[in-house]
Ligand binder design. Structure first.
Ligand code: CA
Length: 236
């Protein structure tokens, strides 16, 4: 998961990057509104933490521009204490949630997880696919209720695919969302991680879609819909 942090206070920026990085997110930072606006328009993120009081362009304007350009990414705004009018303006401009400064980092992380889940259409913090579960709060993965040990990259890749279950995800998109640095970005390593996930979680969990990427197969167990994701019972 890739998060954009737009915050001009270098101390807070550092704390946010550290906490988000520690929680397994890939973090990109911008120190002013113009740079943040540009990054949010030109690059893909799973969520944004956006301060409102920013040099060069304020956060409300940044958010307005993104929404006007049709960018629907989830945005959590940071408002100064007691600035209730900021909250109203932020929500009117298209923010999905807000936190007033000062805040607890744990609360920011919890709200961000909820935003990312909701934007992917999952209300429950425990993502489930057949025998497989992923707890988005702790990052724990289990198969038939038994914990499975994954490396940080394997876990990031699985989380990304679980949030996009049944959809084909390209290698480039995966690389962009699970690696922080350009020098890590070797598309062969994605194949290696997919191979390891198959070994640990089942050979047919992740399907290779030739020339396009990978798809996590939807598995609804024995009843209901089959593995192919098509709905049944809609004949005449
Ligand atoms: Ca600020």
């Amino acid at each position: 998961m890739r998060i954009l942090v737009v915050e001009d206070d270098p101390n807070l920026q550092k704390q946010l990057s550290k906490a988000l990085g520690g929680a397994g997110y890939v973090v990109e930072s911008a120190q002013d509104g113009e740079e943040g606006c540009y990054l949010g328009e030109s690059s893909e993120f799973d969520a944004v933490v956006l301060d409102l009081g920013l040099p060069r362009m304020n956060g409300i304007e940044v958010l307005r521009r993104w929404r006007a350009a049709g960018r629907t990414l989830p945005v959590l705004i940071l408002t100064a204490r007691d600035q209730w009018s900021d909250k109203v303006a932020g929500i009117d401009a298209g923010a999905d949630d807000y936190l007033a400064k000062p805040f607890h980092m744990a609360e920011l992380l919890a709200r961000l997880r909820a935003l990312i889940r909701r934007s992917a259409g999952h209300a429950d913090p425990l993502l489930r696919n057949g025998r497989l579960t992923l707890d988005t709060r702790s990052g724990e993965v289990a198969l038939d209720g038994k914990p499975v040990s994954l490396t940080a990259f394997e876990q990031r890749l699985l989380a990304y695919l679980m949030h996009r279950i049944g959809r084909v995800v390209g290698r480039g998109e995966i690389i962009e969302h699970i690696y922080a640095q350009d020098f890590d970005r070797d598309s062969n390593t994605v194949e290696v991680f997919v191979g390891r996930l198959r070994k640990k979680l089942g050979a047919d969990l992740i399907e290779t879609v030739r020339g396009q990427g990978y798809r996590l197969r939807r598995d609804e167990g024995d009843g209901g819909r089959g593995d192919d994701g098509r709905e049944v019972g809609n004949g005449r």
